[in-house]
Design a protein around this ligand. Structure first.
Ligand SMILES: Cc1cc2nc3c(=O)[nH]c(=O)nc-3n(C[C@H](O)[C@H](O)[C@H](O)COP(=O)(O)OP(=O)(O)OC[C@H]3O[C@@H](n4cnc5c(N)ncnc54)[C@H](O)[C@@H]3O)c2cc1C
Length: 443
C-alpha cells in the first residue's frame, strides 16, 4: 500500500525529498507539505526563514560541494553516496533555474603562499545560483510539485505531534501520517527541542559553533577572492578550530537573524549592479569541543551579548558604522567601544581571544588596519542532534519519523537537500519492496 507521507517544512530539505519521491512515480496526492510560512508568490522579502524553500529560498544561493562543509552527511551514507546526493540537489536547482547558463562554479585548486603561515585555506567547489534567482526557482519548483499532485498547507505552524499514534495536531483536527519527514530548519529549532524533551529522544554529542560576522571593504581581500570566491580560512588549536564562514562579496549585506528572541548575524550577497557596495562579509566561527551542554552554553552566551534587544557592533576607533541591509535600512546593532569588548571576552571566556588573534592575523595578510567592523554574535545552534538510524535518518524510537536538514545536523543548502533525497530514496525502496516483495532495486 502506498503510504501517506507528511513533510513538515517546505524548506530545501523537505522540497528535495518531495521532488525525489514524485520524480520516481510516487503519487503526489499522498504527499502533504505543511509550512508555517507563505507560498513563493506571497512570501515577502522580510520573511527570511519561512515559506517555500525555507531559509534556502532567501539565502545567498551558494551550493557548497564538499562533505566537510555544511554539516554532517557522509557519516550516514559514506563519502561517495554523499557526493552523489549533493549532485542531485545541485541538479534540482539548475532544473528550476530560469537562466541555468548564469550559474557558475568556483573551484580553487591551490593554497596561495601569501596566507601562509597564518592560515590554511579549505578548497572545494561552490555553485553560485544567484540569490535574486531564488524566487523564480521557488515558483517554478512549486508549480512542478503542484502539477504532480502534492498538497501544501501554508501559514500552518505545527506545534504538536503525537509520535506513538502517528498524528499531527492542527487546532482541533488530528492529521494522520504513515511516514513523517520532519524538516523544520532553524526557524523550527524550538519545536524540535520541545519534541526532543517530550519524547526523551536519545541524542548525539555536539560542539559549539559561535563567533562574529566580519565586514570590511572588499579591496583588502580581492587577492584571495580572485583565487577563491567563498574562501574558507582556517586555524586549528587543541579544542578550538576557527574558520571563516559564508563569505559574501561585491554586493554583500549583513543579515539579522532572530532565534530564541535574540539577535545574531549572518550574511548574504545580491546579484545585479544596483546592489553592488564593494563590501565583503563573512562569519569567523569557532568550533569548540568539550563543552558540557553546548546548546545551553551557546544560548546563554548569545543572550548576554545583546543590548536593548539587539546584537553588538564594534569597529576600532568607531572607524565604521553598521552597514545597510539589502532593503536599505541600517543593520540592527548597538555600536560598542573597545572597553565593552572586555565584557564580550568575559562572556565568551576563554574563547574570544581566538577571534581577536584571527583578526590580527588577517590584518597581517590583508592589511585593512582599523577599516573593519564586527557584528557580535554569529552562532550556529547545533541543537542536540537526535540519534537516528543512519540508513534512513529515522528516530531510533519512532522508525517512521525522519529528521532531515538543519533540524537534524545540516548547516547548508546542499547537505539539507541531500538528506531529504536520502530519506526519499529509502521510502521509495520500502514502498517498492512492500508492493513487490520479490523485487529489490537499489538506487
Ligand atoms: C540569510 C541566510 C543566508 C544563507 N545562505 C546560505 C548559502 O548561501 N548557502 C548555504 O548552503 N546555506 C545558506 N544558508 C543556510 C541554509 O539556508 C539552510 O541551511 C537551509 O535552508 C536549511 O534547509 P532546511 O530545509 O533544513 O530548513 P529551512 O530551509 O530553514 O526550511 C524550514 C522550513 O520549515 C518551516 N517550519 C519551521 N517550523 C515549522 C513548524 N513548526 N510548522 C510548520 N513549518 C515550520 C519554515 O517555515 C521553513 O520554510 C543561509 C541561511 C540564511 C538565514
Amino acid at each position: 500500500m502506498d503510504k501517506k507521507i507528511v513533510i513538515i517544512g517546505a524548506g530545501v530539505a523537505g522540497i528535495n525529498a518531495a521532488t525525489k519521491l514524485v520524480d520516481n512515480g510516487y503519487p503526489g496526492e499522498l504527499i502533504t507539505i505543511i509550512d508555517k510560512g507563505n507560498d513563493p508568490h506571497n512570501r515577502l522579502p522580510e520573511e527570511v526563514m519561512t515559506g517555500m524553500l525555507g531559509a534556502g529560498g532567501w539565502s545567498d544561493g551558494k551550493l557548497t560541494y564538499h562533505t566537510a562543509i555544511g554539516g554532517v552527511l557522509s557519516k550516514y551514507c559514506g563519502e561517495d553516496k554523499a557526493m552523489e546526493l549533493m549532485d542531485q540537489v545541485i541538479n534540482n536547482f539548475k532544473r528550476f533555474h530560469p537562466k541555468p547558463d548564469e550559474i557558475f562554479c568556483s573551484d580553487p585548486q591551490e593554497e596561495p603562499e601569501f596566507i601562509k603561515p597564518y592560515f590554511g585555506l579549505r578548497m572545494f567547489p561552490v555553485w553560485h545560483i544567484g540569490s535574486n534567482f531564488l524566487h523564480e526557482i521557488a515558483k517554478a519548483w512549486y508549480q512542478y510539485l503542484i502539477d504532480k499532485g502534492v498538497k501544501f498547507l501554508w501559514n500552518t505552524e505545527v506545534t504538536k505531534i503525537l509520535f506513538p499514534t502517528n498524528e499531527i495536531v492542527l487546532g482541533h483536527d488530528y492529521f494522520k501520517y504513515d511516514e513523517l519527514i520532519f524538516a523544520v530548519g532553524k526557524s523550527g529549532i524550538d519545536f524540535a527541542q520541545q519534541l526532543s524533551n517530550e519524547y526523551k529522544l536519545p541524542t548525539e554529542p555536539k560542539s559549539v559553533q559561535i563567533g562574529v560576522r566580519f565586514e570590511a571593504p572588499q579591496k583588502y581581500f580581492q587577492k584571495l577572492i580572485d583565487i577563491s570566491y567563498d574562501f574558507k580560512l582556517y586555524q586549528k588549536f587543541d579544542n578550538v578550530s576557527l574558520r571563516s564562514f559564508c563569505t559574501n562579496n561585491n554586493a554583500a549585506y549583513v543579515a539579522v537573524e532572530e532565534t530564541y528572541g535574540d539577535v545574531t548575524y549572518n550574511g548574504h550577497a545580491k546579484k545585479g549592479k544596483e546592489f553592488e557596495n564593494q563590501m565583503t562579509n563573512f562569519g569567523i566561527l569557532m568550533e569548540i569541543k568539550g563543552i558540557k551542554d553546548p546548546f545551553e552554553w551557546s544560548r546563554n552566551v548569545v543572550s548576554k551579548l545583546q543590548i536593548d534587544g539587539t546584537g553588538l557592533y564594534y569597529s576600532p576607533g568607531d572607524t565604521r558604522k553598521p552597514g545597510l541591509t539589502s532593503e536599505g535600512s541600517t543593520v540592527s546593532a548597538a555600536q560598542v567601544n573597545w572597553l565593552y569588548l572586555i565584557k564580550v571576552a568575559e562572556v565568551m571566556d576563554p574563547y574570544f581571544k581566538y577571534i581577536v588573534n584571527f583578526i590580527d592575523d588577517m590584518n597581517k595578510v590583508f592589511g585593512f588596519d582599523d577599516d573593519y567592523g564586527i557584528y557580535i554574535p554569529e552562532v550556529k545552534y547545533l541543537s542536540p542532534e537526535p540519534l537516528v538510524d543512519y540508513n534512513n535518518l529515522s528516530l531510533v524510537d519512532f522508525p517512521n519519523v525522519h529528521f532531515i536538514g538543519d533540524a537534524l545536523s545540516a548547516r547548508g543548502i546542499t547537505v539539507s537537500g541531500a538528506q531529504g533525497i536520502y530519506v526519499a530514496e529509502d521510502l521509495l525502496l520500502q514502498n517498492k519492496t512492500e508492493k513487490y516483495p520479490d523485487f529489490i532495486e537499489s538506487f
